[in-house]
Design a protein around this ligand. Structure first.
Ligand code: GLC
Ligand code: CA
Length: 523
């Protein structure tokens, strides 16, 4: 587990996001669970990942599938017990893998005892844990903020005649980070889990937490771009407030007080890379901040190269970028970037495996799993039920892991899994039997990454290339990728070819010939 360099273990590492409810069901109730994960760790060890991030595991009424937490220091009974989690951390550790949990500090569940108390009276002990405001002079919500369903972000609480804020669902009241007691609560929560051997947290809505103290109206949105805002408004006053950085400076001190230091990986949903860079602080805030401009970049040489170049020019020296292309909200890259085309999916994996910093794969990326068109009557995500716009319905990327070709893709023995499985012809067992499969390619890529880039944030240098080609050096590697449907020539010498994806590369007096959507890694 020690990468021998004295550098943080996540430098050059690959993490695997595991949506617990959808990965492996051990008790036949149709929902994935912690014991299901323990039973399938062999897959992750064989694949060669360095760590796993578990989607929410804490008790929750599941209005937003665990992102509405009703107890921060326990395990959701449907997913297992604290003892199961301890066992999972130990079993993963024996295989050289660390475990990160998902922490949700922007809001709790309305069923959390803090909120139940807060709602009971204006003078209750926990009243100021949440954001309350009087109705506007005309009697409506206090301002124009909208929640993630497009409805007002305020719900009137009959008990006290004030509105409470919810940037997500009404069942997810926003916490009030102007209240010092909220800071103390979360510092205790961090210690509780770090003491148990949790390697770190993915921090949900890390760009949230603080809201404008004056609750000013949000300005209109100028363009239709999920990165810039939704439902016609720019979230200028309800997200990404400067005060949030103080929280991460405090948390970083806590994380660094452990051996090894614990990892803070933020879901920093901001559109500008300068804003993203701020979450690294002076290397004294988050160690990793998710890059959504990369997620939404077009799958073209120019589009991807530009985001990578700009990201690296903005992040503080010595920091570690993080690249991901799929998750439980934005969908799967094999669909969004690659339109289900296997060769493009392989090329995307090659790129993800050779960028400097940390790479996060989403479960199923390794077999090229696709978004699944879940019919409206089977959709389970309340926040995006029936939505076709923007991110669309999020269930499409939360369907069961496809282990084999049996009923329910080998995910559960239940007659019906909680969400329908996609096309089980694409599955782990079949791809394990085929050394030419995407799964084997992914494994080879991760092994190559570990050998060549493990323990370092490889210095990155973009190489000159013509239209459609993206060429770069990362650490000691040269990567050439043809992100176009036409054959292309890279006019140079790349050294020894270690791995190729797509058509076999050719050498000619003019340079290296790359087939459509093909790439190579050389040294
Ligand atoms: C994050 C999660 C998303 C959730 C939201 C509210 O964006 O990734 O799934 O609905 O936060 O917690
Ligand atoms: Ca189960």
């Amino acid at each position: 587990m020690n990468n021998g360099t004295g550098r943080p273990w996540w430098h050059g590492a690959v993490l695997y996001q595991l949506y617990v409810r959808s990965w492996a069901d051990s008790n036949g109730d149709g929902y994935g669970d912690l014991r299901g994960i323990i039973g399938h760790l062999d897959h992750l060890e064989w694949l060669g990942v360095d760590g796993i991030w578990l989607s929410p595991t804490m008790p929750s009424p599941d209005a937003d599938w665990g992102y509405d937490v009703s107890g921060y220091t326990a395990v959701h009974p449907e997913l297992g017990t604290l003892a199961d989690l301890d066992e999972l951390i130990a079993a993963a550790g024996q295989r050289g893998m660390r475990v990160l949990l998902d922490l949700v500090p922007n809001h709790s569940s309305s069923a959390h005892p803090w909120f139940v108390d807060a709602e009971s009276s204006r003078t209750s002990a926990h009243r100021d844990y949440y954001v309350w405001a009087d109705p506007s002079p005309s009697g409506g919500p206090p301002n124009n903020w909208l929640d993630m369903t497009g409805a007002p972000a305020w719900t009137l609480s009959q008990q006290t005649g004030q509105y409470y804020l919810h940037n997500f669902l009404p069942a997810q009241p926003d916490l009030n980070w102007w209240e010092p007691a909220v800071h103390e609560e979360f510092q205790r929560i961090l210690d509780f889990w770090f003491d148990r051997g949790v390697a770190g947290f993915r921090i949900d809505v890390a760009h949230g937490l603080y809201k404008d103290a004056l609750l000013r109206d949000n300005p209109p949105l100028r363009e239709d771009n999920p990165l810039h805002g939704r439902f016609g408004l720019r979230p200028v006053h309800n997200f990404n407030q400067p005060e949030v950085h103080g929280v991460y400076r405090d948390w970083r001190k806590i994380a660094d007080s452990y051996t090894p230091p614990r990892l803070l990986l933020g879901e920093t949903w901001v559109s500008e890379l300068d804003e993203l860079a701020k979450y690294y602080g002076d290397n004294d805030e988050l160690q990793l901040a998710f890059n959504f401009p990369f997620v939404f970049a077009p799958f073209t040489a120019g589009g991807l190269a530009a985001v990578v170049r700009r990201t690296l020019s903005r992040l503080p020296a010595g920091s570690c970028p993080v690249w991901t292309a799929s998750n439980h909200d934005v969908g799967r890259f094999a669909s969004r970037w690659c339109d289900g085309d296997e060769q493009r999916t392989r090329l995307a994996l090659l790129l993800l495996a050779t960028l400097p910093g940390t790479t996060v794969l989403y479960y199923g990326d390794e077999i090229g799993m696709l978004d699944v068109d879940v019919p409206p009557e089977l959709q389970r995500d309340e926040m995006t039920l029936g939505q076709t716009e923007g991110q669309g319905n999020r269930d499409r990327a939360r369907t069961p892991m496809q282990w084999d070709a049996t009923a329910s893709a080998g995910f559960t023995t239940a007659a019906r899994p909680w969400l329908p499985a996609g096309d089980a012809a694409r599955n782990v067992a079949a791809q394990r039997d085929d050394p030419g499969s995407t799964l084997w390619l992914c494994r080879e890529l991760l092994a190559l990454r570990r050998a060549e880039l493990g323990g370092q944030v490889g210095p990155y240098e973009e190489l000159e290339a013509t239209d459609g080609l993206w060429a770069y050096r990362c650490g000691g590697l040269t990567v050439l990728a043809n992100l176009s449907g036409r054959a292309a020539i890279w006019p140079g010498e790349c050294g020894e070819i270690l791995l190729a994806a797509g058509a076999e590369p050719g050498r000619s007096p003019d340079g290296i010939a790359l087939g459509p959507w093909s790439g190579l890694i050389a040294r």
